[in-house]
Design a protein around this ligand. Structure first.
Ligand code: THU
Length: 138
């Protein structure tokens, strides 16, 4: 099934963000875009570091931009992820475990789309990707 125009534009924002990735070590260029409940879209790319564990995922940076704009009330409705190798070949990137937990903090019922290497899109939910997730009651 073809993605809706809204989802297609979120995927395009993720793909555009992946072009800004700083990934000289893995050579995997990842972009993420989140749509908040307000309808606004925030994008991020992965930023690696010579001290490898300091690298940040695209989703984490997109969520950081969203929190900066909307604060603690941020509610994530939808997330899109798009990734390419440095040489340009598309790669399927389901969000890593840590980013599933990050998305869940603001979007426990978010829809998650990730572009696939064959040019398609896989659509799922945060609930399906991270069942019985850890929650800390404030
Ligand atoms: N990466 C992301 O940006 N998001 C994910 O969900 C998985 C992995 C990045 C981190 C690192 O810069 C590169 O992909 C290889 O792990």
């Amino acid at each position: 099934m073809l993605p809706s125009p809204e989802t297609a534009s979120l995927l395009r924002a993720a793909e555009l963000a992946s072009r800004s990735a700083y990934a000289p070590y893995s050579r995997l260029h990842v972009g993420a875009a989140v749509r908040s409940a307000s309808g606004a879209v925030y994008a991020g790319c992965n930023v690696e570091n010579a001290a490898f564990p300091l690298g940040a995922c695209a989703e984490a940076n997109a969520i950081g931009a969203a929190v900066l704009a909307e604060g603690a009330g941020l509610r994530i409705a939808e997330v899109a992820i798009s990734a390419r190798e440095a040489e340009g070949r598309a790669v399927t990137i389901p969000p890593c475990g840590g980013c599933r937990q990050r998305i869940g903090e603001f979007g426990p019922h978010a829809t998650v789309h990730f572009a696939t290497e064959d040019g398609g899109v896989r659509t799922t939910t945060l609930n399906a990707l991270l069942p019985e997730s850890f929650q800390l009651q404030p």
